[in-house]
Structures are given as structure tokens and as C-alpha cells.
Design a protein around this ligand. Structure first.
Ligand code: DON
Length: 307
């Protein structure tokens, strides 16, 4: 088996040179300012060994990757009752699509499309002030990554709030079906801010470790969720984590993964490793173009597909 450090370094070097980098997201104006040449990759194995390449310590906007962690929190709060508010089927539609909501009476297809993540955020918010709910989410990220320096990029949150007309529409539409309990602007405020959390590949790979190790972070020994719940979150990542690109991601990479429009992807090799990659340019489905290619190379060279 090739050495993990060598594989990670080789892939980071190969990706740095590639001319095809996809397109940086522009619908959130602040994200358009990011350097498309950036590339980072971190893999943390079961023993805690960290293999890092490229810009592995540069924080970037985690965007939809935050939805994995809000889903984890909301399941902890509401248990399986959460699934009355949101489904767990792939949507086959773009991440910001509204079409299925009318036919399915305001219940989003899954927790990773924007509508579903907004419904999940509403569950976390219930009974709290937005500031408290957001603090809870941020502290959860700091706890999982064992890093108290993780912050929210306020410029990104403000940028999305100014241009988030689709999400505002999705939230109001769900509210009309009685799917959201809280005032729409409260729920959206928390949602925009958790998407604007900034983290590096190293921090994200640490935060993802519990999903790779049956719900328990082997570094701290803390059980974050039960093994069964970790398995289920991974299943939803595999089927829905890349929106209408989820089939392609499973086919090429063969691991549960979650992307964000900041160009990050987290992936889970069960009992083997947690992985985070970052390349800001996106493909047509809004997933990191080189991030996906790098993960495909990684799982191919290491034989890590779950299939
Ligand atoms: O709501 C949005 O559109 C963004 N805050 C998050 C979307 C996203 O990251 C889609 N993922 N690839």
C-alpha cells in the first residue's frame, strides 16, 4: 500500500498545476474574492496521523459543509422526530431548487439542500434567541475540531444576507406550509451565519473524525453520537451530500462526502480516516471541481472506496 503522506503530497502538487479549476461561486459576492489557485488537502487516519498538502491551514468559507454538523446537532435535540420536518431522499435537483417544495407540501427532500438545511436550523433555533443558537453551533464546531479559534466570517454572512433572495423565498414558502416554527428572518439569520463559519482543511478533518470512527472522536475519546447515528448521517451524505452530483461523487470517489460552495469537501472513509479538501472553483452542480478529482485520486491510490 502506498504511503499516505506521499500520496497526499503528490495529489496536492498535481492539483496545484492543473489549469482546469472550475468557476468560483459569485452569487455570494464575498466568495468571488477567493483565489481560485488555492488548494488544500488533509487526511487524518485512525491513529491520529495527519497527512497534509497545499494550503491545509488556510481558513475558507465552509458553507454547506456546516449542514452536516447542524444535522448532527438537530438530531441530538429532536431525535428521529426531526425526520417529520425533512426527508432523506436525494432530490435530483440543484441545491437551491424550489420545485419539489410545492408538490411535497413544504417538506424538503433532505437536510443538505438549502430548504432542508433551513428547516434543520429552525429546529436548532426553537426556544432560543438567534444569537444563542448560533453560539451553540459555533461552540459545537470548536469542540469537534478541538480548536477555540474557529470564527464566523461576518463579511461572508452579510454578503449572503444581502443577496440571499432564493433562500428567503424558500424559507417563506416553507413557513406558509407551517414547516418552520420561528420567524423566518431569525431562522435565516442563523442559517447564513453558520454557512459563513471559516475553517481550514485541518480543522474540518478534525471535526469530521467522529463520523469516521463510529460516532466517537478517537483523539478526545468523546462520543459525539451513537455508532448507529454516525452510520445514518454518513448514509445521507453518500446519497445527498453533493445534490444532483451525488451519484457521480459516489461513482467516482466511493465515500460519503459533503461539499460547500466555498469549494470545500469533507469525506469519510469508515474506520480509516477523515478527509477535507479545498479548491474554490466549482463544477456545474456547485461542487468543488478539483476537490472531487483529488478525492477520486486519493481513494483510487489507497483503495479506500466503501464499495
Ligand atoms: O445557502 C446557500 O446558498 C449557501 N450558504 C450554501 C450553499 C452551498 O454551499 C451549496 N453547496 N455546494
Amino acid at each position: 500500500m502506498p504511503d499516505l503522506d506521499t500520496v497526499v503530497k503528490e495529489i496536492a502538487e498535481e492539483m496545484a498545476d492543473r489549469p482546469d479549476r472550475g468557476e468560483v461561486a459569485t452569487y455570494i459576492p464575498e466568495l468571488a474574492r477567493v483565489d481560485p489557485k488555492a488548494f488544500g488537502l488533509v487526511v487524518i487516519d485512525a491513529d491520529g496521523h495527519v497527512a497534509a498538502g497545499g494550503d491545509s491551514d488556510t481558513p475558507f468559507s465552509i458553507q454547506s459543509i456546516s449542514k452536516v454538523f447542524t444535522l448532527t446537532l438537530a438530531l441530538g435535540m429532536a431525535g428521529d422526530r426531526l425526520w417529520r420536518r425533512v426527508g432523506r431522499e436525494p432530490s435530483g435537483s440543484p441545491f437551491n431548487s424550489i420545485v419539489q417544495l410545492e408538490r411535497e407540501r413544504g417538506i424538503p427532500r433532505n437536510p443538505f439542500i438549502n430548504a432542508g438545511a433551513i428547516a434543520v436550523t429552525d429546529v436548532i433555533l426553537s426556544g432560543h434567541q438567534p444569537r444563542e443558537a448560533l453560539g451553540e453551533i459555533l461552540r459545537f464546531m470548536q469542540f469537534l475540531a478541538q480548536d477555540p479559534t474557529i470564527i464566523i466570517d461576518e463579511a461572508v454572512a452579510a454578503s449572503e444576507l444581502r443577496t440571499g433572495f432564493r433562500n428567503i423565498a424558500l424559507a417563506n414558502y416553507m413557513k406558509s406550509f407551517g414547516v418552520l416554527d420561528n420567524p423566518v428572518d431569525f431562522t435565516l439569520g442563523v442559517y447564513f451565519h453558520h454557512c459563513a463559519i471559516a475553517m481550514s482543511c485541518r480543522q474540518l478533518a478534525n471535526a469530521t473524525r467522529f463520523l469516521a470512527h463510529s460516532g466517537r472522536n478517537p483523539m478526545t475519546g468523546y462520543s459525539v453520537v451513537s455508532a448507529e447515528r454516525a452510520r445514518r448521517i454518513n448514509a445521507v451524505m453518500l446519497t445527498c451530500g453533493h445534490y444532483d452530483g451525488s451519484g457521480e461523487f459516489a461513482y467516482r470517489v466511493g465515500l460519503p462526502g459533503k461539499s460547500g460552495v466555498g469549494g470545500g469537501i469533507i469525506a469519510v472513509a469508515p474506520e480509516k480516516a477523515s478527509i477535507a479538501v479545498w479548491s474554490p472553483g466549482l463544477d456545474a452542480s456547485g461542487n468543488s471541481h478539483l476537490g472531487r478529482i483529488a478525492l477520486e485520486q486519493l481513494t483510487k491510490r489507497l483503495g479506500w472506496s466503501i464499495f
